[in-house]
Design a protein around this ligand. Structure first.
Ligand SMILES: [Zn+2]
Length: 55
């Protein structure tokens, strides 16, 4: 699972497919709220805001 900024979505998808050999689901963190989990504020690969969850 990756939390990434908009620029790193493609990279996250590539890594996910490499790792799990399956297509990921993309969740927009700005329009989704989680009752039991707080997503990280920052992208996994840069200091940009995490906007998309790849899982
Ligand atoms: Zn990023």
């Amino acid at each position: 699972m990756y939390c990434v900024c908009r620029e790193h979505v493609e990279l996250a998808i590539d890594k996910f497919v490499d790792e799990y050999e399956d297509a990921p689901d993309l969740v927009n963190l700005q329009t989704t709220s989680f009752s039991e989990w707080t997503p990280p504020a920052r992208c996994d690969w840069c200091d940009g805001p995490a906007e998309v969850l790849v899982l």
